[in-house]
Design a protein. Sequence first.
Length: 572
Amino acid sequence: MIKKLRNTLKKADIYFVLIFFILVVTIIGCQSNNKSSKTVTEQNELKLPPANDDYFQEIIKYSGIDFTHTIGDDHLSNLVESVGGGAVFFDYDQDGFLDLYLSNGNYTEGLSMNEDHPAVKTSENRLFRNLGNGTFEDQTKKARVGDRGYGMGMTVGDFDNDGYPDIYVSNHGTNVLFHNNGNGTFSNITKKAGVGGNECSVGAVWLDYDNDSFLDLYVGNYIEFDAQYNYYYAPDGFPGPMAYDGQPDILYHNNGDGTFTDVTKEMGVFNSDGRAMGVGAADYDNDGFVDIFVSNDHMINYLYHNNQGKGFEDRGIMSGVAFNQIGEATISMSVDFADYNNDGLVDLFVSDDVYCSLYKNEGNGVFSEMSYNAGIAVACGQFVGWASSFLDYDNDADLDLFKVNGELKHLYGQEDQLFENAGNGNFIDISTDRGEYFQQELVGRGASFGDFDNDGDFDAYIVNLNDKGALLRNNKGNLNNWIALQLIGETSNRDGIGARVTVVSGGVQQFAQKKSSSGYLSQNDPRMYFGLADNKMVESIEIIWPSGKIQKIENIDARQFLTVKESEIVSP
């Protein structure tokens, strides 16, 4: 009887232990599930802060953009590490909201100086998808665009006219072409396309130089880096660009079948000893064919005039844009084309390590350097300028200048600058009046400007070398009216790159060209924005497409995103 009772108690103890174990596992599982649910909830509830009194408000920590640029080394030890870092705002999934793609450095044998650093590539380029509420989520792995080369910059364009933008990444080493599959993923088609190269590529730009409706590609190459060369003035930290041989740039012609042909020599753009940094393309003489500008480091700049798609001629010296205002070949960085004085001719801004250059287009293929006369030179002289772009940040119907700064050979920060267009050919440095951000000292490099929250004004993402980037929200630009054009070419290339657009509102005429890359290693919003001040109506919009077709639209309400297809021809 006692033995039987003991056995019964033992069984009861076992049952109790089992029940207790199940309860513990269940509780832990519930807690784990609750923790996971909480994380998801926190992600879903990520919100941007309300607008403060700043014109540009820094909001990166609220945005979901968790990215820190790296040089791939423990300290800044060479020129290649100093020049990289680009950004692109573009709508990769065509949902109407701008996404963000960022290039990154990486530990690279023969480049990174710390021999104790593990030779494992861990950093990568990153793609952040815009969730439509002003915040972003990392889609790099899903989209398959996490390139782990030593990233410099990128340029985006729909090279096969399928309606989805593709990405070309310029690297120190083999470049990469990512084809957009249209389903949220990309495929690396570099080898098939024949655009990899093996140089130290920096700037690159898409353009349709022969107007055959397919985007061609110009790639700016930099220096033949030699890790064994180690002679330099000690305070500089490492040798400069003239210590190395330069590299020739490459022009690739789009064959229309997913492949490209190197036509550099054939088209007359071969220079054996270039040191390209920024690359831009625009039709500076309005002859219907896109020209190419190359800003070179420590040497003359190139301006390749397009001879009706049959070849190019370097007219940098004869046009007046090869040197700065006192005849120097400077450390030229970024390049941007725009008509800052509304005379129907695109002008040119080139940032550098001294006074920068504002080239006013006088017509007849000639430019006048105006940076001192325009009030820019003195303000720029104390900084090293990298990314710079023309943009109408306050929508008052004239183009202002945003300039990103950072020390050249050391990780020392500098303040960025914003120049207000005074409307009389002059610019005023108003940086300190436009937000606390402009008091921060950061090591800026590339920058992309775009309306990521679709509220009608330009915001900005700025790459900082070996550091977190900055996301600037424009809080007040949309107090003025605006209109944004999304061009869709049909006979022309689908992006409409090279199209010339004239907008008239309130009797004020504005002229712009659809471009690919802008500034330094980066690309801005693919939509064309025009500030309208307090005008509520656009009297007319005229578009001259690369195909030569002319389209005119009249009496359009302000404050809207307008999609214009080339097929809707009003005036042949």
